[in-house]
Write a protein that binds this ligand. Structure first.
Ligand code: GLC
Length: 548
């Protein structure tokens, strides 16, 4: 039976870029990034090849959790500008044919939110049941504590109400009560508020944790998945072009649950794959990736993974085994001050010992494995981090536009967070240097766009005898070969990745799908170079190869 072809959706092969508004570009000289500052940098982002921006929270907030503690979902934090600035930004982004998504923390609010303030004062009032209140701080013992280094319980006592309230994260972030249908209505209405401004979608922060049930761990409960279906139906009905990406840091099989039958979220961050990329680097073995891939293929139509290497959080190690975690700690955590919660608060470049080959290899994996890539601001420059800063602030320092004191981020002497700097690590220094990481990243994005099969095509691992070599064939799916007369649309692309710290001879099987000779699209040698079996792939090198 042939199925009707469902057309591809824009996000399936888009290149995303994550921005923390407060540290991206200050236009007022006050040391804090502005929404207006992002608008000023759209030229740069477009030049780089970015399709869609993701803004981390910029709403009214006491900033206890860098804005993931929202005090008013309908207000822009005055530090970052005004609602008009936000509307201007959407218009400017759209004028360039780019897209914009924002972050929504729906599991919890800030304590400062008026719902919580009312709830604690008046248990019988309109908001009395908006949060998860109780008299027993030992209820739900199965629910893990996420911010283990700060919180010792998921319950805190509220003097005003004389009861405990439940919180998955910091005690300043009380969990909303999703058993209350009014909470559903509030959430849908605030979504409409933002979507009606023309947003292209949003990230669902901490979405596995909406419900709690006795005797269960409180993650990915059927009720939570059902709520997501309700959200999706609402989106499909009112905003059919928009999309939602879920932050669901769960074991692989559970992570896939968030796609449902294509009736839950459109995209899920690829938490199952991410630690495997680091493991492959640490062990010089391709197997961590080869083994997970079959679990990640064959998604429902319109569903896609969001691939990432780093983001504003720690490199999370919550979902790996203890043995894997120890291995990753010993490879990537040289100093305990870099630990945050169960993970590692470092940026990509330092994690890779600032080794260009390793950084490029990781980028090539993120851009070359099935999914849509998410670049974290500054990674394209190889920005460093600052482990003297608390918690995850280590990886949230200002974007480096220029060399010098304010890094072109601000003219203020007191930036929101210290500028890390480093010679050669700025847009100005790298933009015109053909050998820079920035220019490499830009070429990689261009190569990726020339080969949509990297994001949405078939994936086939090639068996090779060399354990440090990952060899993969990618081809466009039949239904995507729109230009039937174009022979290239069915041609295979072969991707080779070397995890060994030394060069490797390419075994013949690796190039069999290219009849023994490939031409480098992009990789560790000049584009256009011919590669034959027996030729060498450099230490931590990669090639994306087409047929001659
Ligand atoms: C998500 C965010 C993280 C935040 C947490 C609580 O995990 O990525 O930064 O602290 O949710 O909102």
């Amino acid at each position: 039976m042939t199925h009707a072809h469902i057309p591809r959706r824009w996000y399936e092969n888009a290149v995303f870029y994550q921005i923390l508004v407060g540290v991206f570009n200050d236009t007022e000289g006050r040391g804090i990034g502005k929404l207006k500052g992002i608008a000023e940098k759209l030229d740069y982002l477009q030049w780089l090849g970015i399709d869609c921006l993701w803004l981390s929270p910029f709403y009214a907030s006491p900033l206890r959790d860098d804005g993931y503690d929202i005090a008013d979902y309908r207000a822009v934090h005055p530090d970052y500008g005004t609602m008009e600035d936000f509307e201007d930004l959407i218009a400017a982004v759209h004028a360039r044919g780019m897209k914009l998504i924002t972050d929504l923390a729906l599991n919890h609010t800030s304590m400062d939110h008026h719902w919580f303030q009312e709830s604690r004062k008046d248990p019988h009032g309109r908001y009395g049941d908006y949060y998860v209140w109780g008299d027993d701080p030992h209820r739900y013992p199965e629910i893990r504590i996420i911010f283990t280094d700060v919180e010792t319980s998921n319950w805190s006592f509220d003097e005003v109400r004389g009861q405990y309230y439940f919180h998955r994260f910091y005690k300043e972030q009380p969990d909303l009560n999703y058993d209350n249908p009014d909470v559903h209505e509030e959430v849908l209405s605030l979504i409409d508020f933002w979507m009606d401004k023309g947003l292209d979608g949003f990230r669902l922060d901490a979405i596995p944790y909406l419900y709690e049930r006795d005797g269960l761990g409180g993650e990915s409960l059927p009720e939570t998945l059902e709520f997501i279906e309700k959200l999706r139906a609402h989106m499909d009905k009112h905003y059919p072009d928009a999309f939602m990406v879920a932050e669901a840091n769960q074991p692989p099989a559970e992570t896939r649950e968030y796609f449902g039958d294509g009736d839950r979220v459109h995209m899920v961050f690829n938490f199952p794959l991410m630690p495997r990329l680091y493991q492959a680097i640490a062990t010089s073995q391709a197997s961590p990736i080869v083994e997970i891939m079959p679990e990640l293929l064959h998604l429902p139509a319109g569903a896609q993974w969001g691939n990432f290497l780093r983001n504003h959080d720690e490199l999370t190690l919550e979902m790996v085994t203890e043995i894997e975690r120890d291995l990753l700690y010993s490879a990537f955590l040289p100093d305990d001050s870099m630990r945050a919660h169960l993970g590692i608060a470092r940026r990509l470049a330092p994690l890779m010992d600032n080794d260009r080959a390793k950084i490029e290899l990781m980028f090539a994996l993120m851009f070359g494995l099935p999914g849509a890539p998410f670049l974290y601001y500054g990674e394209e420059l190889g920005m460093h981090d600052d482990s003297s800063l608390q918690d995850r602030d280590a990886v949230r320092t200002p974007m480096q536009w220029e060399p010098g004191p304010g890094a072109g981020f601000t003219t203020s002497d007191t930036p929101k967070r210290p500028i890390v700097g480093g010679e050669g690590i700025s847009v100005a220094e790298q933009r015109h240097d053909p050998h820079s990481l920035l220019r490499f990243t830009r070429s990689l994005i261009a190569a990726r766009k020339a080969h949509p099969e990297l994001g949405i095509g078939n994936y086939e691992a090639i068996e090779v005898a060399e354990p440090a070599l990952l060899a993969i064939t990618r081809t466009l799916k039949v239904e995507d070969r729109v230009i039937a007369s174009d022979p290239l649309s069915s041609a295979p692309l072969v991707c080779l990745y070397n995890f060994a710290p030394h060069p490797l001879a390419i075994p013949p099987q690796a190039l069999a799908n290219l009849s023994g000779i490939g031409r480098v699209e992009i990789g560790s040698v000049e584009a256009g170079t011919e590669i034959r079996s027996g030729d060498v792939i450099p230490a931590f090198g990669f090639f994306w190869l087409t047929a001659q």
